[in-house]
Write a protein that binds this ligand. Structure first.
Ligand code: GLU
Length: 314
């Protein structure tokens, strides 16, 4: 573990991480189903660390808003679990790695409409449906939650939903609609498929900076305690971290655990949220993705940061 005596200050480490990992030439891909993300320059790279002692360190493009996409699934899960009846939610979605792509239809059919975990799209649709039972505008509620956790910063915009991006994704959502209709057919969706998908893409279209995301996820590093008290219980925080470790990086969760050794959740917007229990929450963002949908430069940067600091759950 990095100590004040044997390591450079974290701010300098992050500056060096940016120097090493900001892409210098174009490699990797962009998500095909989200036209809005296709114009992002390949060399964007930001990183931020929010610590349990209240400090925030950042470097690179850490103050540029990016599309959080599937990172939102961590927050909807936390909110759905605290919205009531977690046992009912866990009877509708499992907690096993899927080993298939995040929007796979095949597994859902073979497994009779019970998604493998809450971080693949089918699982997230079930979580959204559960959350809509308490908050019909679940996406708006997720935004409120994130804004609260980030805290008010005068003169800054804060998290927001990119409604234009959401509409453009919705018009390209045949696959998510297919998943939702499968779920409905198997009796695992209470609300209309279209309403759940519309809500889900709005959650995915939330825009946040790395600094904001690191602050918003901090409750998971501090036993469920967020900016204004408990968000989830200590054991729920542990369990969400466990699901992140085993299922948070699409079907590359094993590789990410091997390289980084931390619970993480990625999104096809190029962001990754990683938790160091008892220490800090990290957010890194760089838009180009590997073949599994995880940020290429972001994953490499986290592996490097974990090696340099000793931050790991192992
Ligand atoms: N909105 C994206 C989709 O449903 C999220 C995918 C992701 O970030 O994993 O395809």
């Amino acid at each position: 573990m990095m100590t004040a005596l044997d390591s450079p200050p974290l701010g300098l480490v992050l500056d060096d991480i940016v120097r090493r990992h900001r892409p210098r030439s174009e490699a990797g891909s962009l998500p095909a189903n989200i036209p809005h993300l296709s114009s992002l320059p390949f060399d964007r790279f930001g990183i931020a660390v929010a610590t349990v002692s209240g400090d925030v360190f950042s470097a690179g493009d850490a103050d540029l808003p990016f599309s959080i996409q599937s990172i939102s699934k961590v927050f909807t899960l936390a909110m759905a679990l605290s919205a009531g009846d977690p046992a009912a939610l866990w009877s509708r979605v499992l907690r096993e790695p899927s080993g298939t792509s995040f929007n796979s239809l095949v597994q859902l059919e073979v497994e009779h409409g019970i998604p493998r975990n809450p971080f693949i799209n089918s699982g997230a649709l079930v979580v959204t449906d559960h959350l809509m039972g308490r908050y019909p505008d679940a996406a708006g509620e997720v935004l409120r939650f994130l804004t609260d956790q980030v805290g008010h910063q005068s003169g800054r915009k804060g998290p927001f939903i990119d409604e234009v991006a959401a509409r453009s994704e919705l018009s390209n959502s045949s696959r998510n609609l297919a998943l939702a209709h499968f779920l409905k057919d198997f009796g695992n969706l209470r609300r209309p498929a279209e309403a759940v998908v519309a809500n889900y893409v709005r959650q995915c279209s939330i825009m946040m900076t790395c600094v904001e995301m690191a602050k918003a996820g901090l409750f998971l590093a501090q036993g469920g305690r967020g900016a204004f008290g408990a968000v989830v219980s200590r054991s729920e925080a542990k369990r969400i971290g466990s699901v992140m470790l085993t299922c948070g990086m699409y079907d590359a969760a094993g590789e990410f655990a091997y390289r980084v050794g931390l619970p993480g959740k990625s999104g096809v917007g190029g962001g990754i949220l990683a938790i160091v229990p008892g220490e800090c929450c990290i957010c890194v963002w760089s838009p180009r993705l590997d073949s599994k949908g995880n940020s290429l430069a972001g994953t490499a940067a986290l592996a490097d940061l974990s090696d340099r600091t000793g931050w790991s759950v192992f």
